[in-house]
Design a binder for this molecule. Structure first.
Ligand SMILES: *Cc1c(COP(=O)(O)O)cnc(C)c1O
Length: 360
């Protein structure tokens, strides 16, 4: 067996310890004679899995009882519709567009009401986070929407926007559980789990209890109502059982890393190794405004398309894979999520140094 260092933006690297545990339990989960993939979601065994998964998530992230934790399908993208369907009472919402994912959410919301783009960083290819201290928030906005870490462009809000009392809704797909956060600042916080937490195909939505009502847009399908899932403990229909089980294992792993504070410390150290190198390299350059740099997604370029391609190929030959930048940006992107070990980042930087010496 030989594992690579996988810098994919998602689905992404998972902790090796977690994969090994899953492997050990694959054929016979704790003496029940079957895999978690094969068991009924109504079984006692699975009930205890989902309960522990939720309890560990709540403990890690400090989620109080006034917030529901929902395990939903359709990935992060389905939330782009579910959020307006459930929250647009006045049919008005304000969006801050800092990348492709925020833009998609904003475009989707336009189907359900007036979705105002109140700020954007598209003028400079989303390489920064706009000043959000005094935005023209609409008086009748049902919520203000952000994408907190921009996976494709590598920017992150270091300070949440001033929503002037309006509800904040945030997509945290690519920074989920990478550092502590204060859930009370949000109405809804959600993320697809395949970036930082587990396998693809599920989203965890943390929704303030008072926002979960029957007062949704009239055509909202049953499956798209938060209340449907909240009332049924995320088991209105068959949930993504195996994904929930894997997320649970990752939560236990994060607890062993010192929780979110421990995770943040490790993530800052890892990112510093890469950014410090980029800041002094004569060949590689980071593409993002320094103050807004993400700890999770690090885009960089050489300035030459040919060299970029050569680098990506040569890195892959050394077991440093999935470093190609998003098709809309080009260059390279190293996603260094929670599960990427420091060793992986150091190996990448050593390889970049060598490549620079040989190709400059
Ligand atoms: C990947 C990603 C999405 C889309 O997730 P899906 O689960 O594929 O729908 C949405 N938002 C952000 C910030 C992402 O990184």
């Amino acid at each position: 067996m030989s594992r690579v260092y996988n810098f994919s933006a998602g689905p992404a690297v998972l902790p090796e310890e977690v994969l090994k545990e899953a492997q050990e339990e694959m054929l016979d989960y704790r003496g029940c004679g079957m895999s978690v993939m094969e068991m009924s979601h109504r079984s006692k065994m699975f009930e205890s899995i989902i309960e522990k998964t939720e309890a560990d998530f709540r403990e890690l992230a400090g989620i109080p009882s006034e917030y529901k934790v929902l395990f939903l399908q359709g990935g992060a993208s389905l939330q782009f519709a579910m959020i307006p369907m459930n929250l647009m009472k006045n049919r008005v919402a304000d969006y801050i567009v800092t990348g492709q994912w925020a833009k998609k959410a904003w475009q989707e919301a336009q189907k359900y009401g007036t979705a105002n783009k109140i700020a954007s960083s598209e003028d400079k290819t989303f390489t920064y986070i706009p000043d959000c201290s005094d935005l023209p928030i609409s008086p009748d906005a049902d919520y203000v929407y952000i994408c907190e870490n921009n996976t494709i462009y590598g920017t992150k809000y270091k300070k949440l926007p001033n929503t002037k009392g309006k509800l904040l809704v945030s997509d945290v797909s690519s920074c989920f559980l990478s550092e502590p956060f204060d859930i009370t600042r949000y109405g809804i916080l959600y993320g697809g789990v395949q970036k930082n937490i587990g396998p693809a195909g599920m989203v965890i939505a943390v929704v303030r209890e008072d926002l979960i009502t029957d007062d949704v847009l009239p055509f909202t399908p049953t499956m798209m109502k938060y209340k449907t899932h909240a009332d049924a403990g995320s088991m209105y229909n068959t949930p993504n059982c195996y994904c929930i089980y894997m997320c649970g294992k990752v939560f236990e792993w994060i607890k062993r890393q010192g929780g979110l504070a421990g995770m943040k410390e490790k993530n800052e150290k890892k990112a510093a190794v890469l950014y410090d190198f980029l800041d002094q390299s004569r060949m590689f350059k980071g593409t993002v405004v320094k103050e807004d740099r993400s700890l999770m997604n690090v885009p960089f370029v050489t300035g030459s398309k040919e060299l970029d391609a050569k680098f990506v190929q040569a890195a892959a030959e050394e077991g440093l894979v999935n470093l190609k930048g998003h098709r809309t940006v080009g260059g390279m992107r190293a996603s260094i999520y929670n599960a990427m070990p420091m060793e992986g980042v150091k190996t990448l930087v050593e390889f970049m140094k060598k490549f620079e010496e040989e190709n400059l």
